[in-house]
Design a binder for this molecule. Sequence first.
Ligand code: E4P
Length: 218
Amino acid sequence: MKFFVDTAEISEIRELAATGLVDGVTTNPSLIAKSGRKFLDVVAEICSVVPGPVSAEVVSNDFDTMLKEGKKLAAIAKNIAVKVPLTVDGLKTCKALADAGTMVNVTLCFSPAQAILAAKAGAAFVSPFVGRLDDIGMSGMQLIADICQIYRQYPGFRTEVLVASIRGPMHVVDSAKLGAHVATMPPSVLKQLFGHPLTDKGLAQFNADWKKTGQSLL
Ligand code: E4P
């Protein structure tokens, strides 16, 4: 399973990229606004830090403008995945960009039917939002199960399931059980994955016992 970080904060991306566990980055207009930086600058900087796919989202809603924006974003770096919304115009844009060899991430996916459309439009990634479904009393994980099951029936579908709107470690674990290709998560969730109280307790014991030996390894 690939891990992407869902942030436009370059310091967080650098810190987590140093672990060697970050395979890509996702951004969206809200995360760009939160960063307080210029969109094109911050995306170019992220692409220089992380070699894997970096999602940058178009900000218009009509096909002609989205296509122009998508081409402009794709020109920033080879590892850009242009993010388009799951609308008719968004999928038209996806098809046009994908046919021209650009990676496309179709975002705001909330149903299996939408995920089928994204695959047919040639998306490199489809982003089902699990947390936002959970927030309205629906099952985000059931959506992931449905999409993974459907995509498995069609080896011709090249679209990877990129689980988005992740709220905690169990979203990551449950997505991995279902065979989702990618989980994009806030830096806080990636950090939470490392932790277990028994790891801390065990390490403290090993450290104390090693000290008692009076030895040094190096
Ligand atoms: C990622 O591509 C999405 O934009 C992101 O995961 C949305 O997360 P949110 O529902 O926490 O805003």
